[in-house]
Design a protein around this ligand. Structure first.
Ligand SMILES: C[S@@+](CC[C@H](N)C(=O)[O-])C[C@H]1O[C@@H](n2cnc3c(N)ncnc32)[C@H](O)[C@@H]1O
Length: 313
């Protein structure tokens, strides 16, 4: 049975001793130099972007407050008109654009309403390649509307020279109708003891990723935490080991944690101290646990295949 909200144990929690210890790990603004710092900064990322080095970012992950009213640990973001949200997003892009290498990629997350602004702003500054639709399932039912249970992730690049590691993000699926060639060999699929599987090209519709549920080890109290599996797809596709991944709205730290697990460098910024400390706690835990749920042995699996994943190799 699912425990009540009050009695749930979050997998990543902070006590006062943790807070004290982790505070000293945050990067102070006075330490910033021309060398990009690895870690977490507590600040308004738009306000301090000018203090960061030019052209240090290989991959920018932008998961900003959406055009919704939301309370981020006491700091509220209010839903506004499309025009006003577009202007806010434009200011963010103008602040972060000088930090991007000419070969950089960026992903911008939003719900359907925020997407109206994202395309306008992104297409004015970058090449927009795609809009990924993520079926996140969970959402509040509405009495006279469709339940809002998907989000968009816009894929953009600074130029036409960019990284895209297709093989790193193929999805392993069960083959339901195994087709054999005339000589009876499997066509593009593999026979294993666990069943028949095919590694398929990743599409722009993602239905294999949940939000981080209360029972998952990565779960924190952050209200809009992304799952590690989702961020891992972005990082594996659009960066290489050693590259610099930047997230100026890092929240509970998912981008930095996944970047660390995948041997990328990372910088995360959030203006909420509690979220910066959660990020640091998760980075600490990642030192001894590099697992990413839903990605094993270098392969993304479709959902409900855990038993097969465990036996596969
Ligand atoms: C959508 S959440 C990001 C969630 C994150 N991807 C995760 O997995 O936890 C947006 C975050 O941006 C932070 N934020 C909003 N405006 C900011 C600003 N100007 N500078 C820094 N952080 C900001 C909020 O505190 C919030 O944690």
């Amino acid at each position: 049975m699912k425990p009540s909200k009050a009695s749930r144990n979050r997998s990543v929690e902070l006590n006062n001793l943790d807070r004290q210890r982790l505070r000293s790990r945050l990067i102070s603004i006075s330490e910033l130099s021309t060398n990009p710092a690895i870690g977490t900064i507590q600040a308004d990322s738009l306000a301090i972007s000018a203090l960061l080095p030019d052209r240090f970012v290989d991959l920018l992950i932008l998961d900003p407050p959406y055009n919704l009213s939301k309370n981020f640990n006491g700091l509220r973001f209010e839903r506004r008109s499309v025009e006003a949200y577009t202007a806010w997003l434009e200011a963010a892009i103008v602040a972060f654009k000088p930090l991007l290498k000419p070969t950089a990629s960026l992903y911008i997350c939003g719900d359907w309403l925020s997407s109206a602004s994202i395309y306008t702003v992104a297409s004015a500054h970058f090449t927009v390649h795609n809009r990924i639709t993520w079926e996140r399932e969970k959402g509040r039912g509405a009495k006279a509307n469709w339940k809002n249970s998907s989000e968009d992730i816009w894929f953009c690049t600074v130029s036409n020279q960019y990284t895209f590691n297709l093989d790193a993000v193929k999805l392993r699926r069960r083959v339901l109708a195994p087709y054999r060639t005339i000589d009876k060999t499997p066509k593009d699929w593999e026979v294993t003891e666990q069943g028949n599987f095919r590694d398929t090209h990743p599409s722009n519709f993602w239905s294999d990723i949940t939000i981080p549920f209360w029972s998952m080890p990565e779960n924190t109290e952050h209200p809009t935490q992304k799952s590690e599996k989702l961020i891992a797809k972005l990082i594996l596709a659009s960066s290489n080991p050693g590259d610099f991944v930047f997230d100026p709205f890092v929240g509970s730290g998912t981008t930095s944690v996944v970047a660390k697990k995948l041997d990328r460098r990372y910088l995360g910024i959030d203006f909420n101290e509690e979220y910066c400390l959660l990020t640091e706690r998760r980075l600490e835990l990642a030192e001894n646990d590099r697992r990413i749920q839903g990605w094993s042995n270098g392969v993304f699996w479709e959902r409900n295949t855990l038993a097969a994943q465990q036996k596969f190799h």
